[in-house]
Write a protein that binds this ligand. Sequence first.
Ligand code: NOJ
Length: 728
Amino acid sequence: MKTDSTTPNHPFYEKVETLLSSMTIREKLGQCVMIEPCFCLDERTSEQFGESYDGVDDPKYLSMLLEEYHIGAFLFGGASQIEDGSAKAWATYINKVSEQNRKTRLKIPMMYGIDAVHGVNFMKGSTIYTHNLAVAGTWNPALTEQYASTVGAELSALGFNLNFSPTIDTARDVRWGRVYESLGEDPFLASQVARALVKGMQSSGNLAACAKHFLGYGESRNGMDRTQADLSDRVLLEMHAPPFEAAIEEDVLTMMVNGADVNGVPVPVSKKLLTGLLRDKMAFKGITMSDWEDVERLYSRHKVVTSRRDSLIRSFNAGLDMNMAVCNIAAVDTMESAVREGSIAMERVDQAVRNILLTKYKLGLFDADPVNIQQASVRVGNDESKKLAKQLATESITLLKNDNNLLPLKKNLKSVLVTGQSANSKRHLCAGWTLGWASAEEDDLSCATLLDAIKTSVSHDTTITYAASTEELTALNLNKEDFDVCIAVISEEPHAEWTGDSFDLALEEEEEAMLKASVATEIPVVMVSMIGRPLKMNWAHEHVSALLWIYSPGTEGAAATADILFGDANPSGKLPISFPQDGSQVPCVYNARSYQSDEVWTRYEPLYEFGFGLSYTSFAYSELCVPTMVKSGEDITVSVTVTNTGERAGEDIVQLYLRDQFATVTRPLKSLKAFRRIQLEPGESKTVQLTLTPAELGLYDEELNYVVEARKIDVLIGDLTGEFRIED
Ligand code: NOJ
């Protein structure tokens, strides 16, 4: 059983209790408020305090925040910036704040939170990794953990001790603008990846990961960001809770709460979800925090309270420990008066502050040394991280179509046409949350573009012709006989949060025109989709010869893509999410609860299925061995042999799905329950064993109890099927 600081034998019990007993009410409440010091200063200081300050590091300003308001945590969001955004500037600032904080009465260390969601993405010169959806597309938890641990170590070297990452929402509707930040549609795959991300991120011991956004954020009713979600308890438990349970099993230290309304109750005031489910059932022991200004929105947007004061009281009483108040420093005053008048019980305050202090002790913040500015700067953007980012991108890239084995291309082709503005863009490679919220400035990034990488991959005798726009393509007045291939790079404008919502999944007009113009050249087209999420690809699928999905692969993504285009690497990514035929088909998920019938619409007919992805080689599955029976409560081990039947070395992802023949409640058409990435030389065979525990064999019954029912289950691996039964 896990212990928390209220358990007397917990190693930090005494320390937390002693400190807590010496704190004033105001000191306690300051710990529960998170402030963004740059925004606060720019927008509201004069209004709020009637005084002006000389900058975010003005000692008077810091003293007001830390000594007068006792603020316990600073956050830096996607658009926050300290001076020139360099490692030196950030580390120096953090040192200054900590120094000032040591002047406070109790010297309780600060938490410094940041959105490093695909690398140290707020800092110039850093390595930008591919986004989360692509990370899930590698189906490689070991590599994922290595990536997260590298980023975590870089962040803690800079002085940060909290990362608002990973986003582990199950994305059940591709219209949602944050799909690229998610781990895809499947709760099992998302759980394995979430586990690796949390484990890696927290491996240094002095950085807290933040699992976000609890709960049901990835399936709103109309598919749009932060809009109403109507999700039954079954759907919440089966589809949305598993990644959070996995994160909790890995001891994730903090959790950010979904600000939207689920079943009529915004999550920041949902006692049922925050206390009943998260604390009591899922046994989360860390800090729950709101998302950006979401407490305020209970009043201004959701209208579930009649005053801003009530929004603070109700969310805190529902179980929210920390309010990402951003600029609302006065929240401390309001909460203090609410405690004094009895609207918030002292017991609840102590509970929240215990969670916060315990986390600070666990992270070793009370004994932390100042940031070593020299060392912090060296790590950012180093060769090791670039290599890792390239590997992650390479393993995620997914080949969706390859007629007549057009790919890989020969390096000594005579002439290659490259089209599309994003072929020559760094911004599009990195997409949202890069050196800013929605997008970086092109000149602030220094990495190869795909066009650069293509040029360095081909022979000296190959001619590369580039057209960024349809006008440039027309002006070329080209003769199709002069070209071997056209690489059409299709992208979309980088976006963050709701700015990426899409009702119809259509390609942007100019991108679609570019694709059509490329196809109209009658040169065989390899489409490279540099789009972080599934958009409508039907037309492309019908008209291009090959289609490679590279997501938004980051600063090393161009080299990774060129390796695959020209055969230095063999594609091995598999889809973590379905590509619907179009926007009218959503939600389109492979594991919808369903049954077999021709009479009603229960079919799953996407353009590309979950788990799909081609290779330059081929794999054959044989010798599926499934025991005939397992006793309820026991494990079962299944084995299968995979052979590389092609002529190239390659990596395959063995995917094991279960399909209940009958159960007491309706079940998904099939569910992923195990997978393994394997490497095979041409002609080589490997036998893979996959073990399923009761955690994979159970279901939520009518009363929503998790039980392993006696029943018959099909096992599906590749094109093979077997079955077994569970007996009581
Ligand atoms: C809003 C986003 O929803 C969340 O993911 C992010 O961590 C916070 N802002 C802080 O920037």
